[in-house]
Write a protein that binds this ligand. Structure first.
Ligand SMILES: Nc1ncnc2c1ncn2[C@@H]1O[C@H](COP(=O)(O)OP(=O)(O)OP(=O)(O)O)[C@@H](O)[C@H]1O
Ligand SMILES: [Mg+2]
Length: 261
């Protein structure tokens, strides 16, 4: 493992709007993600998780502090958006090929890789369809295939499995485990599911209510390589309960704030 972190945030904050309407969405956040590490983030709705990921992806600037990402030129960071971020005017195949086209991978090679990922996502028959013809879960799988096809050095995933049914979600969690463990892809993964965070993460970070700060960190005590079997470990349930207590405190806090005129 490299000594220097792949992702490092220091005193990172992000606000939106001006004057009386100014709202601090995030921070201050301190965060180090090591090379090859899989970090999961949980936190109440609206606490700034997507904002953090958008800053990491370079789509938003910090308002104060900073976030540095270290990648090599040939292997980009890839982001999977909470709302999919796929292009409705491109076919499914062209959507998955998109990042490869940007990298100028030769067409035939790119097509082959894109089709391979579509097959793994159970979408082989939909290569020539347009996203409008797909269900929400299928669109989400297109977004996942697109991100993984570029074999990114860093994966930024914003609730990538939220729209999927429980079975497919479990299958893709297990696939993502196998994939990130074999490629040692550094991953920052946002989820509302504590189970998901505990299955996947080397570390699980809990964010406070808005403006989101990191208020707790847990390391699921499961070694690597790991499989979905950890779901039935006794420590799993105990840790889930503990995280849920932390999270519930933040959600309650937020509701009380909202109820105060
Ligand atoms: N572009 C924007 N302009 C103005 N406000 C924004 C913008 N993006 C986010 N916000 C606000 O910042 C706060 C954090 O939003 P963000 O989307 O990061 O939350 P989140 O933790 O991802 O929530 P969820 O779990 O519901 O996805 C919210 O109050 C949101 O309204
Ligand atoms: Mg979000």
């Amino acid at each position: 493992m490299d000594a220097s972190p792949k992702i490092r945030a220091h005193a990172l904050t992000r606000s939106f709007g001006r004057g009386a309407r100014r709202l601090t969405a995030l921070g201050p956040v301190e965060l180090d993600v090591a090379t090859g590490e899989f970090v999961c983030i949980v936190g109440p709705s609206g606490c700034g998780k997507s904002t953090l990921l958008r800053v990491a992806a370079g789509l938003l600037r910090p308002s104060a502090g900073g976030l540095d990402i270290h990648t090599h030129h040939d292997r980009p960071a890839a982001m999977i958006f909470q709302d999919y971020g796929i292009y409705d005017w491109k076919t499914v195949l062209a959507n998955v090929r998109f990042g490869l086209d940007v990298q100028r991978v030769p067409r035939r090679d790119a097509d082959e890789r894109a089709r391979g990922w579509l097959a793994r996502m159970g979408l082989a028959d939909f290569a020539d369809a347009y996203p409008a013809a797909l269900s929400g879960g299928m669109r989400q799988r297109v977004a996942i295939a697109r991100a993984l096809a570029v074999e990114p050095e860093i994966l930024l995933m914003d609730e990538p499995f939220a729209a999927l049914d429980a079975q497919l979600r479990t299958i893709l969690q297990d696939e993502l485990l196998a994939l990130t463990q074999s490629t040692r892809t550094t991953t920052l993964f946002i989820t509302h599911s504590l189970e998901e965070a505990l299955v996947l993460g080397d570390r699980v970070l809990v964010m406070s209510a808005r403006p989101g700060r990191i208020i707790a960190e847990r390391r699921p005590p499961f070694g690597r390589p790991r499989t979905g079997e950890v779901r039935s470990a006794p420590e799993f349930t105990a840790l889930k309960d503990e995280l849920w207590d932390l999270l519930r405190g933040e959600v309650d806090h937020e509701r009380q704030e909202a109820a105060t005129p």
